[in-house]
Ligand binder design. Sequence first.
Ligand code: HEC
Length: 210
Amino acid sequence: MNKTISIATLVIAAMTVTACGQQSEQKAEQTRNATAASTPEQQALMEREVVSARKITKDFVGSLKGELKKAMQEGGPVNALSVCHTRAIPITNEVATRHGVRLSRVSLKNRNPNNAPNEWQRPILEEFDARAAKGDDPKALAFATIVEVDGKKQFRFMKAMPAGKVCLNCHGAELKPEVAAKLKELYPEDKATGYSLGQIRGAVVIVKDL
Ligand code: HEC
């Protein structure tokens, strides 16, 4: 039996505060406890894991973007598509091994059929979209929780990935015909197009057994 108990959950969002006509960003951290109130030890553990997860996310996104940039420069988006197709998963696994965690990317409109969210990831992605729609900065949206699965503690982290300009070459609403053709060939069930600038494309997921 797979029993999951939530110990502590942290939803991290950014609120845009307008003060004296100037826009400044204020980080708002909200703690929701599903079962018992979390202890100071649990909160300290959560904070450590969140700091580490942010570093892993940076490393991961940096590795992916580095490869993407190189492939785009070498042969444009069609070449980069093939590179993403063959390299995205191996890069994910390399970074995961380096940090001793499980790592993935998920989306409500996934391109790779393996990147569909599971039952705990889907509501978080939906919450990210809802918060962005209400005006939260998508770049600042993250989620962290510590749960107990079959008596063992597990840390779970998700960070929203907004679509930047370069992303729209392959995820946008207006694709070059050769890009659309290549996508059809590589991903016949692709759902990951039609995005606009700043829209949440998906999320990085980190899972770590504590
Ligand atoms: C050159 C084309 C290309 C560009 C540019 C591109 N992607 Fe992708 N993206 C892909 C491909 C191909 C996949 C599927 C990779 C695989 O098979 O694992 C993918 C998958 C993803 C996924 C995993 C979920 C899914 O749909 O399978 C996310 C999240 C994602 N891309 C976000 C981005 C973001 C954010 C950017 C901009 C920084 C970006 N992509 C730029 C081609 C691209």
